[in-house]
Ligand binder design. Sequence first.
Ligand code: M6R
Length: 609
Amino acid sequence: MCGIVGYVGDREAVEFLLEGLSKLEYRGYDSAGIAVYDGSVVRVEKSVGRLASLKEKIEDDMPKGCLGIGHTRWATHGRPSDRNAHPHTDCTGEFVVVHNGIIENYLALKEELIEQGHAFKSETDTEVVAHLLEAVYHGDFEAAVREVLRRIEGSYSLVFMSKKHPDRLICTKKDNPLVIGLGDGENFIASDIPAIIQRTRRTFILNDGEIAVVRKDSVDIMDRQGDPVTKKVFEVNWNAEAAEKGGYEHFMLKEIHEQPKAVRDTMSQRISKDGKEIVLEELKWTPEFLNSFNKIYIVACGTAYHAGLVGKFYIEKLARVMVEVDLASEFRYRNPIVDENTLLIVVSQSGETSDTLAALKESRRLGAKTLALTNVVGSSIAREADQVLYTWAGPEIAVASTKAYTTQLILFFMLALYMAEIKGTQTPERVRELIDLLKKIPAQISETLSDVEPIKTFARKYGFNEDVFYIGRSLDYDVALEGSLKLKEISYIHAEAYAAGELKHGTLALIVEGVPVIALATQKSVYEKTLSNIKEVKARDAVVIGIAAEGDEELQKYVDHVIKVPETDELLIPLLTVVPLQLLAYFAAITRGCDVDKPRNLAKSVTVE
Ligand code: M6R
């Protein structure tokens, strides 16, 4: 999981390389490097640490030249170090490569290349690609790249540069993203669109197996055999500002505040004009086909998995179909019972998560029909699935997922309601009532966001505790899981979520005086039972922050503080209760001085297993 960029044109390459990499640091940031050809030599500069370290290293002596490649790394093979940072070169320094992914057969290739006399400088899998290119090169750059691709196994997006062919870069991909930005007398290559939208909106999104030869005035795309491929230009319609922080201190805070819009965008066009029905025009399956499956799996990772848990609740409750939810990293290794009567729903903000993509491919192989819920148009998961429903959340840059989660919930809710309409498991009146309430959610999220001061105060007060517990029942438990993930990933506080009824089966032993417990109590059907569990932790002197719906006058009698969210149906309330939990995590991280948008050891998009 890394970010890669390339430039060919008439301007100083270093300008775009550094700018582009800064937009890709969400993909990894343990080291960075660039290589620029200055007309006589390829100068490679690398530095362990953030891109800022590289910038500092070269600021007084910037590499000159109009052809270059760059990389920001998240280590897989070889610890973060200058030596292991990309770009990697062959023995002569004439072939240079940047890579995102894993070369699975690199050890065998390395042995073979060492036997042939190649000297390796790093511990990475990537370096074999540079040496292999040197080994198979006989004067034809494109042919050599094709030969390299024939020999390597694994996942990759790659950009190749050669001193011998200073008019071009060659790039390709398999299971990792790559886009080409089309400029005027210059062209750009990047792992993701935010890196290039300052320069151009006209792009080619490469498919697996395609090879692009990128010159300043042309882009020629071919397949693995060298036969030309005709591609349509994809016009990016994102606002350039959408990929920036827009005045907020952090992307995460900006993205939390973008939720009303993201949620509104995701639901608009999917409700009939008269407000009576859900319409999912993008789904090309007939309603009968959608309802013909006898088994539904929802498979995802992290926050998307938590959204899947809520999705299961919605589909089972509204459409009365049984659903299993699984972690993508577990699912495919447990020989799942999947056949042509199975619907597999994968959820992924990025559409690039390696485990989710692999689960999707495996299920297709076993005959399942697949539906992707994703945020990134043209992503690997979007392309691989039979059908796609997009969350229109806009680019999510912060590592901690926020608006992706709420938009995923919206999509699940709409899908469940759509299935319920077809099956007749809910009356038209109930469907109408739920749609009316759904339409109010954006404004209710805005209301929840309008006063963040009390949450800031709690974060300051309890932000230095080492442990925090989250409890809830039913949908409140699902949201508790997401709240605890947010807190741990950005504030590094040990946070655990428990189904409130489970406390007495073990966890209660951890509740001692002063331990903060965030208790969600919005689900009416289990309200009394949740209150009993809250009393259990209060009796052990925990500090309890309750989350309740407006109109609840009971909870405050039993807890230390209450955060209220607007009233809605208990099915929809997770869209509101998660918001204070996101903010609590954010302000706790600020209190502790953590790097909110780039938490340690993590990256935005996990494109390795
Ligand atoms: O892009 P995806 O939705 O597939 O990503 C899945 C997880 O890696 C992601 O949700 C992760 O858990 C977030 N950092 C959580 O905030």
